[in-house]
Design a protein around this ligand. Structure first.
Ligand code: GLU
Length: 523
């Protein structure tokens, strides 16, 4: 860590002690939240909790063209599933309500006017075709896509080039946008809690649209005004917003709010498993893993995308996995409860470079969490899966099944796939075992075994175990003559917990019935 970053963080930590931290997760409802979005929410949440601050949800829905019905509810459901409860946000009457920017529309005009008055924004009247024509006209080899900026604006139709009267007439017609008047020279520099000092040369920045004549601000204006009005102290967001930050920093300056400007922390990207670029939905589809927290069905195309929840992930395992995708505790510890994450979290330990998403590691977390759960908790998770598959069993039995199979599962559904024989009689028997172990004498052996087993009173695992061993010894058999077939008759398969455990769990009656059916079938 560089000296500058160290001093920046030290200063931040000192001020944190005396300040009431307020952070926001500010998604735009343009579709389902991707893994990266949920991680941004998580880091904001952890930072707020760690510093006894407030975690806010603000919906940035000023771009009506990109609004997707259902996306806001999806975001709220995803946060809820992850246990990231916001203290202020839509549906909560917090001190800074409303928390949906479309409902705050009337607040922004005043700030837009202020920028016009101070000369930091100007009216522009160019049609998309005129902007396109400018691009064509001014493009060169070095600059193939000229922007609307400090150079080109002098050749465009705006309040800087038109007369006062001309401008007033066009404004009165009501078709305009407001653009930021970017300085064009020098560097715009700011401090980032993850990236230290960040500098952008001003000549490369365009005059972004801040406000439209329909009274709607764009993302940039609304975002800065709301962070100011909502007294946000730290902006923790994805790296993709880093290039917007110089404009935001300038807006704070234009408004004279520099002394309350939040601290910025831009989170590194989540990368594809091979490290080649940003993880996208397409990678998930291609490699067969979800990139969204919950299932999502596109209202436009009807296309369905799988979520981690529906794929069988436990929310605490998902959150734990996500926390370590960009942050590290500085120790070997990997399993963290939410409270432990809150206690351990710090911006200092967020890396600068992207983190590769590893689905196998995500599965490992889920397995660890399943393993830690009590049989009661596991049964509560498995019962709905059983019901969906038309299986009704009493809880005591399901708990025992869970207990026996807990070492063999990664997902709750695996209890059913790995242990289907606990709920249904086998329909076929492992062919290899039968080919190798079922011989002309087997039928006689098993009929004898069944008739003696019928007399056994105690059908506990230990009792059946002893009984079978005695039987093998008394009849001069090998264990291999009995055990593999015994297992396959009960379960159909060769893998599973101890066969005596299976027999005891199935109970005497069912065990006998399965043996009888099997012996008949194998003949
Ligand atoms: N609305 C932006 C988004 O969709 C928010 C960026 C920010 O946090 O400033 O991610």
């Amino acid at each position: 860590m560089g000296r500058l970053l160290r001093s920046l963080l030290a200063r931040n930590n000192a001020t944190l002690k005396n300040m009431s931290v307020r952070v926001r997760f500010a998604p735009s409802p343009t579709g389902p939240q991707h893994l990266g979005g949920v991680r941004t929410a998580l880091y904001n949440y952890l930072f707020a909790k760690k510093n006894k601050g407030v975690f806010i949800l603000r919906i940035e829905d000023t771009d009506q063209n990109r609004y997707v019905p259902g996306a806001e509810q999806y975001i709220i459901d995803a946060l809820h599933w992850c246990g990231l409860d916001f203290e202020e946000g839509p549906g909560i009457n917090g001190a800074y309500a409303p928390y949906r920017q479309s409902e705050r529309k009337a607040m922004y005009r005043k700030y837009a006017d202020q920028l016009i008055e101070s000369g930091n924004a100007y009216y522009a009247f160019d049609t998309p075709q005129e902007i396109e024509a400018m691009r064509e006209r001014l493009k060169t080899k070095e600059n193939p896509a000229p922007q609307y900026d400090h150079v080109t604006r002098s050749a465009m139709k705006n309040s800087l080039t038109l007369s006062k009267e001309g401008t007033e007439r066009l404004v009165a017609e009501g078709k305009y946008v407001l653009r930021a008047k970017m300085p064009g020279v020098g560097d715009i520099t700011f401090q980032d809690l993850i990236r230290e000092e960040v500098s952008f040369p001003a000549h490369a920045l365009d005059d972004k649209v801040l406000f439209k004549s329909d009274g709607m601000p764009t993302y940039h204006l609304a975002n800065v005004v709301d962070d100011y009005l909502m007294k946000i102290t730290h902006v923790i967001r994805g790296e993709e917003w880093l290039s917007s930050t110089p404009l935001h920093v300038l807006l704070y300056k234009f408004f004279g709010w520099e002394n309350v400007m939040p601290q910025f922390a831009h989170l590194p990207l989540i990368l594809r498993p091979d490290g080649n670029g940003k993880l996208s939905k397409r990678d998930g589809d291609r490699l067969g893993f979800p990139v969204f927290p919950l299932n999502w069905k596109s209202p436009d195309t009807g296309e369905e995308s799988k979520g981690f929840r529906e794929r069988g992930f436990l929310p605490d395992a998902f959150v734990n996995m996500l926390a370590l995708l960009g942050w590290n505790p500085g120790t070997e510890q990997e399993i963290f409860s939410m409270d432990e994450l809150i206690a351990a979290f710090s911006i200092e330990r967020i890396g600068k470079s992207g983190s590769k998403f590893d689905f196998e590691k995500a599965k490992w977390f889920n397995q660890q969490y399943l393993h830690k759960k009590s049989a009661q908790e596991l049964a509560a998770l498995l019962q709905p899966v059983l019901k969906q598959n038309g299986i009704e069993r009493e809880n005591a039995f399901v708990e025992q099944v869970c207990d026996k199979l807990r070492d063999r599962v990664t997902f709750v559904e695996d209890f059913l796939t790995a242990g289907i024989y606990f709920f249904k009689r086998p329909e076929s028997y492992d062919e290899k075992t039968i080919a190798k172990r079922w011989n002309p004498e087997s039928k006689t052996v098993f009929e004898k075994l069944m008739s003696e087993l019928a007399a056994l009173q105690d059908f506990s695992s230990a009792a059946v175990d002893k009984f079978v061993h005695d039987f093998v010894a008394e009849n001069n058999l090998g264990l291999g003559d009995v055990l593999p077939v015994f297992r396959v008759l009960l379960s159909g398969v060769t893998q599973g917990p101890a066969v005596f455990d299976i027999a005891a769990l199935l109970g005497k009656e069912e065990t006998m019935e399965r043996m009888k059916l099997g012996v008949e079938k194998l003949g």
